[in-house]
Design a protein around this ligand. Sequence first.
Ligand SMILES: Nc1ncnc2c1ncn2[C@@H]1O[C@H](COP(=O)(O)OP(=O)(O)OP(=O)(O)O)[C@@H](O)[C@H]1O
Length: 390
Amino acid sequence: MRSLAFDVLNHVRIADLIDIGIVSVLLYLTFVWLRDRASRSLGIVAVAMGVIFLLARWLDLYLTTMAFQYGSIGILIAMVVVFQNDIRHGFERLATSRWFRHSSAGQPGNRIVDTITFAVAEMSEQRIGALFVFPGREPLDRHLRGGVEVDGRISEQLILSIFHPKSPGHDGAVLIHHDRIVQLGLHLPLTTQVSKVHDGGTRHAAALGLAECCDAMALVVSEERGTITLARDGNLTEIEPTEVAEELRRYFADQTSTGQRKLKSRWIGWTTKVAAVAAAVTLWFLFAYNTDTIQRTFVVPIEYRNLPSHLEIEDPKPTYAEVTLSGTSPTFALLKPAELAVSLNVKDVGGRRVLSWKTEPNIANVPKDLRVQKTVPDTVFVTLRENANQ
Ligand SMILES: Nc1ncnc2c1ncn2[C@@H]1O[C@H](COP(=O)(O)OP(=O)(O)OP(=O)(O)O)[C@@H](O)[C@H]1O
């Protein structure tokens, strides 16, 4: 065990650590996306494909590996087309994350939270349907259709009169920003995951649809059942009237840069990060960490550079050399055999007509971690003569 640890420490390069770091980040983003967005069946398919691919590489299953290699471009294009909204959402999330921007949203006072809470409780009791949208950090405009500008200070009376069933503006959602109702009668995108809506209809489907395509929060009061439902992070959660104030406070706190995250989500975040690093290290051990030295021989073209135009090389002119390289198999993966060449400079020959070069120092494009073991010929000899065509 100790010798394995020493072995690993001896062979790990800075490039390997960067390699593991990049793959960890990619795996982390994939895990988060699978957890938050993708359906369970898609997650199972993705994990199964990953396991088959790893087994195929490990057991050297030639056909399966080839199928994955050639199919991966098609799969990638299909994924980009199918999940274009998620990808755009991901970039928007990155661009609006705390690393890049401080939130401009201040934390509204208790009055706003209490006002909305009372209005929601009242509407829940009276079975008045309502839909509120609370923007997150990501741009929201492109998800909203229609709507009428209001820009009114939030009050219980204003909320109740907007959602009164006889009010012309009660259909659709109201948009809340800070302490103001900005718009009413907004149409939101409907979810396609109907199974997640359970007993709800289009109002709930609209709330979930919005929460799926951005980080906004929506709050629904059901006209039929009087229930209160929160849509956030692509999920619908039914809550009690007593929980509304707490959820609103949490939402407004999240909007400020000093907002506290839930301990649970932090914990989930850390376990996902650790899982991503562990998976990346495992992959590195399986595919990149290989200390066995192997040798491979390549037939490499010999190029003659800068030959003066009045001279030519007499036959037999050596055009190929055999080059044997040694290194680990991951280092060989970085080699591009088609770019290997023995490159000889015929400049400044003066009066000499017989030239020779050692082959090894003149081999171009050998990755730095591969060693030249042998070259045939060891030395290249050529004889020059005056160019008859000059
Ligand atoms: N795309 C949409 N965006 C915003 N609101 C919508 C949208 N589609 C429907 N609604 C609202 O939902 C109302 C219809 O609600 P419906 O009864 O179908 O849904 P629900 O989820 O069962 O709600 P409830 O439990 O309140 O009845 C419409 O009158 C309208 O106000």
